[in-house]
Design a protein around this ligand. Structure first.
Ligand code: FAD
Ligand code: NAD
Length: 462
């Protein structure tokens, strides 16, 4: 078998792995990145963040053109959907971005190996590509990501009953779509197909949508999405699903089964640990199957590190990337800063939903004294001009010190607005300091400022 040596081998070229590889190369390491697919970018670029956002944007344009512009005095007739063109646009975006990562690898002299990698022993991996290669390295980073979770009794046929990967590429609009899980994927992809004309029913085990989010925000989301004619069955546990005569039947505990043309299972993701030789190498896992790491991303085996979806914490692309950077910077003897308390998360529905820091529920659970400020987009001039004035900003601050503890937004461009809250929290600001920053007029940022002012009862337009 061919043998190679590098300073660092990264397994997986998702946003965790490829960013770690590039940063390590910038820091002067001789880096190899092994990816089992020809295309770089992992879940995020190929079957995750990017294709879903491309379809969310296109489906929003379609819906707006078909139904939403009359109020602006723009009358459009004869709107029709060209789903194949919409999918082609999505594929072009993916191709451009994945080629961009390949270009960055070349530019930074990261060596690429195509094939499935497996730990083989002391600081070595074997890559089973066209010709197997053994790579020895001082350090190895596992960034193998995650796969869609399955649920018992659900008969995935990879076509009518499938995961987000299938739902990103349906060749026609299903008349009836059942989505299992009202988490992020369920609501984003449920929105896409609802906008394109499907009759969408989302079945959720918990008693609210987005159960991880702040309860007040999740109630708002539920109301606004119902208004868009997405149906919800909450507190409903799916126990099985199968197909018969080209129709899907979804079994729900204590309720009548649902019938649909397609089923999207969006019940979470599981770490991808199979086939990596972890057991033989002695890499320990946590009780929920993620790779166990310490504060420096070190696994139980010296010289082997892990980052991204395969370790604990939120399964988010930016969290994976920041872990990749922090991990290699620490390997290079630098500080490698990462503040887990300030990782924003965004749900790209209409309106968007975004948060950073603690929810009200969590603060109550942890008995942290807090005060809150809330301000609606209703009276905001820019939101009115956009015709998007549903939603609110909620700022949570420590009752005594005023330190920002959490910010939650549901409303237009929430995903962009949350960045200012993250900057303020990351910089250790108080709600009063956030409120003291001048916001341009008319902008959506004025709502953030008013919510921060409201923490001390000082909002102007309340
Ligand atoms: P991955 O991106 O999963 O990459 C791991 C890579 O490792 C893969 O390319 C895989 O092929 C490779 N690999 C695995 N095992 C081996 C092996 N043995 N040898 C070689 N290669 C291997 N997150 C966001 O922050 N924002 C979003 O908007 C967002 N939208 C999403 C939408 C969908 C539909 C999905 C499914 C996910 C979304 N996510 C989003 C989550 C995001 O995609 C993940 O958190 C992110 O991709 C994790 O990065 P990673 O590098 O840890 O793993
Ligand atoms: P999720 O954990 O967000 O939601 C899964 C939902 O399914 C939960 O609400 C859960 O209660 C429900 N559920 C589980 N079993 C069920 C059953 N038997 N019957 C009914 N409901 C059931 O998971 P997801 O939406 O699949 O997303 C996976 C990961 O991908 C998430 O961790 C998320 O962070 C990431 N992601 C992020 C984004 C984004 O940042 N915009 C977008 C998509 C995905």
């Amino acid at each position: 078998m061919e043998k190679r040596e590098h300073d660092l081998v990264v397994i997986g070229a998702g946003p965790g792995g490829y960013v770690a590889a590039i940063r390590a190369a910038q820091l002067g390491m001789d880096v190899a990145c092994t990816e089992k697919y020809e295309r770089l970018g992992g879940t995020c670029l190929n079957v995750g963040c990017i294709p879903s956002k491309a379809l969310l944007e296109s489906s929003e344009r379609y819906q707006e053109a078909a139904a939403g512009m009359d109020g602006h005095g723009v009358v459009i007739e004869g709107v029709r959907l060209d789903l194949a063109a919409m999918m082609k646009r999505k594929e072009t975006i993916i191709a451009n971005l994945t080629k961009g990562v390949a270009f960055l690898f070349k530019k930074n002299k990261v060596s690429r190996y195509v094939g499935k990698a497996r730990l083989t022993g002391d600081r070595a991996v074997v890559v089973k590509g066209e010709t197997p290669v053994e790579i020895r390295a001082r350090n190895i980073i596992i960034a193998s990501g995650s796969v869609a979770s399955t649920i018992p009794g659900v008969d995935f046929d990879g076509d009518l009953i499938g995961t987000s990967t299938e739902a990103l590429s349906y060749s026609s609009v299903p008349k009836r779509l059942v989505v299992i899980g009202a988490g992020v994927i369920g609501l984003e992809l449920g929105s896409v197909w609802n906008r394109l004309g499907s009759d969408v029913t989302v079945v959720e085990y918990m008693d609210r949508v987005l159960p991880e989010m702040d309860a007040e925000i999740s109630r708002h989301a539920h109301r606004l999405l119902r208004r868009q004619k997405i149906n919800f069955l909450l507190g409903a546990r799916v126990t099985g699903a199968g197909t018969s005569d080209n129709e899907c039947v979804v079994e729900i505990e204590g309720r009548d089964p649902l019938r649909a043309d397609r089923v999207l299972v969006a019940t979470g993701r599981s770490p991808r640990t199979e086939g990596l030789g972890l057991d033989e190498a002695g890499v320990e896992l946590t009780d929920n199957g993620r790779i166990k790491v310490d504060d420096n991303f070190a696994t139980s085996v010296p010289g082997v590190f892990a980052i991204g979806d395969v370790i604990g914490g939120a399964m988010l692309a930016h969290k994976a990337s920041d872990e990749g950077v922090a991990c290699v910077e620490r390997l290079a003897g630098r500080k490698g800063h990462l503040d887990y308390g300030v990782i924003p998360s965004v749900v790209y529905t209409r309106p968007e939903i975004a948060s950073v820091g603690s929810t009200e529920g969590r603060l109550e659970e942890e008995a942290i004294p807090f005060k809150k400020g809330v301000f609606s987009f209703k009276g905001n001039g820019r939101a009115m001009a956009h015709g998007l004035n549903d939603g609110l900003v909620k700022v949570l601050a420590h009752r005594e010190t005023g330190a920002l503890l959490g910010v939650h937004v549901i409303g237009p461009w929430a995903g962009e607005l949350i960045a200012q809250a993250a900057v303020a929290m990351g910089g250790g600001m108080t709600a009063a300091q956030l409120a003291g920053i001048c916001a341009a007029h008319p902008t959506l940022s004025e709502v953030m400022k008013e919510a921060a002012l409201d923490v001390d009862g000082k909002a102007i337009h309340a």
